[in-house]
Design a binder for this molecule. Structure first.
Ligand SMILES: Cc1ncc(COP(=O)(O)O)c(C=O)c1O
Length: 405
């Protein structure tokens, strides 16, 4: 079969492929623990469900404007004022099929072939593929000091004449690191000075721990008018546990939003009105579910980090937010793919290999699941790779004997 060069260059999302694998094992009745998931397990807020049901009951389920329905834009205007202290108009907003599509149409609107988009490593798996889809080049910036907090000098060093944009994702998937206020201020200033687009992927910005407050990059902008090249990305997926609703958005200057809207209008049209109504319900409704989720995740993080620390060879970074622990297991196995495979094959724990996020030797473990899963999953991992663990393990009434260490 003849496929395009772009199609041939794109790999399947590793996280989606792993979720499918978990599904197959579950269907066979296997006691799988899925640490690869990128979504909270709580229910979507009641207000979102009621809003969706109401429009479904009306039977008036039609096309929407390609940039989103006015009521959702109104809710996003309020959200932007609350969290970014920024007054915007409806023309500064596009609603897309998830934050994913918002980032994609942003990149399609700004990248020419061969132009570069930079992002600190570790990075979300989709950034490199999105750049490729635009004919552009994704350039990861590994921190020279090996830490998960990028330094402005490392980024400056990678910026060249082909650089068009920088993507900053904080709290970061996969590390859970919340970048410092100082770094955010520096990157905003740097992008303004160098006339670069700055894409702030803030999809996890309210899921933060230890008393942190969401960081507002707009606060540091000097260009606060229609010349601003800052693109703020957000959505309902993570904070409201509404991943399946596929609603995200971008806030940016009007010219750019117009270009993004033109692209989106031919690509998919506006997102489903049912799902946009649900997002309006979530944004305008009772907000307690966000804090409940945040507090649950913080508790889960504490438990997972404590359990992992009992493994001598695991280097554990304490995530400041998100629902991911990014653990250096290289003392046990240098290849993250080999390690992920071993964990599925031997103890039915699904994880995501760190190399997919640009860091070999690491594994991403999601703590979005139940406490029981976290405890049992880490126990199984420990048993599978730690030579100090006992030789036998029971999964239910199945006895496993370790013969590979
Ligand atoms: C860093 C990051 N950005 C964007 C997204 C996409 O979010 P959405 O589900 O709204 O498309 C994800 C989802 O995993 C993510 O981890």
């Amino acid at each position: 079969m003849s496929l395009s060069l772009i199609a041939k260059s794109i790999s399947a999302s590793p996280t989606l492929a792993l979720n499918e694998k978990a599904q197959i094992l579950r269907q066979k009745g296997e006691p799988v623990i899925n640490f690869s998931v990128g979504e909270p397990r709580s229910r979507a807020p009641l207000d979102s469900i009621l809003a969706a049901v109401q429009i479904l009951n009306s039977g008036e389920v039609r096309y929407t404007p390609p940039d989103g329905i006015p009521d959702l834009k109104k809710a996003i205007i309020r959200y932007t004022e609350e969290f970014y202290d920024r007054k915007v108009e409806p023309e500064n907003i596009i609603v897309s099929g998830g934050a994913k599509q918002a980032i994609m149409v942003a990149l399609q609107s700004i990248l020419n072939p061969q132009e570069e988009v930079l992002y600190p490593a570790p990075y979300w798996v989709s950034y490199p593929e999105m750049a490729k889809l635009c004919g552009g080049i994704g350039v990861p910036v590994p921190p020279e000091d090996g830490a998960f907090y990028p330094r402005i000098q490392d980024i400056e060093r990678k910026v060249g004449s082909y650089t068009k944009a920088i993507i900053i994702n904080s709290p970061n998937n996969p590390s859970g690191a919340v970048y410092s206020e100082e770094f955010i201020a520096d990157i905003v200033d740097f992008c303004e000075r160098r006339d670069l687009y700055l894409i702030m992927d803030d999809i996890y910005h309210r899921l933060i721990f230890d008393g942190r407050k969401p960081i507002n990059p707009w606060m540091y902008a000097k260009k606060k008018d229609e010349n601003s090249k800052m693109i703020i990305i957000n959505g309902v997926s993570k904070q409201y546990a509404m991943t399946g609703f596929r609603i995200g958005w971008a806030v940016a200057n009007k010219k750019l939003i117009e270009a993004m809207t033109n692209i989106q209008s031919h690509q998919s049209g506006g997102p489903s009105v049912v799902l946009q109504r649900a997002a309006v319900g979530a944004l305008n409704g009772i907000q307690s579910s966000v804090e409940n989720l945040r507090a649950t995740l913080e508790n889960n993080r504490n438990v997972m980090v404590d359990l992992l620390r009992s493994m001598e060879g695991a280097k554990v970074f304490v995530p400041d937010g998100t629902f991911y622990c990014f653990v250096d297991f290289s003392a046990y196995e240098k290849s993250s793919h080999k390690l992920s495979q071993l964990l599925v094959d031997k103890v039915m724990v699904l994880t995501v290999p760190g190399v997919e996020f640009g860091m070999e030797g690491f594994i991403r473990l999601s703590f979005a699941g139940s406490m029981k899963e976290i405890q049992e999953g880490v126990e199984r991992i420990k048993w599978a790779i730690d030579p100090n663990a006992p030789n036998e393990l029971y999964i239910g009434d199945r006895k496993l004997v370790r013969d590979w260490l």
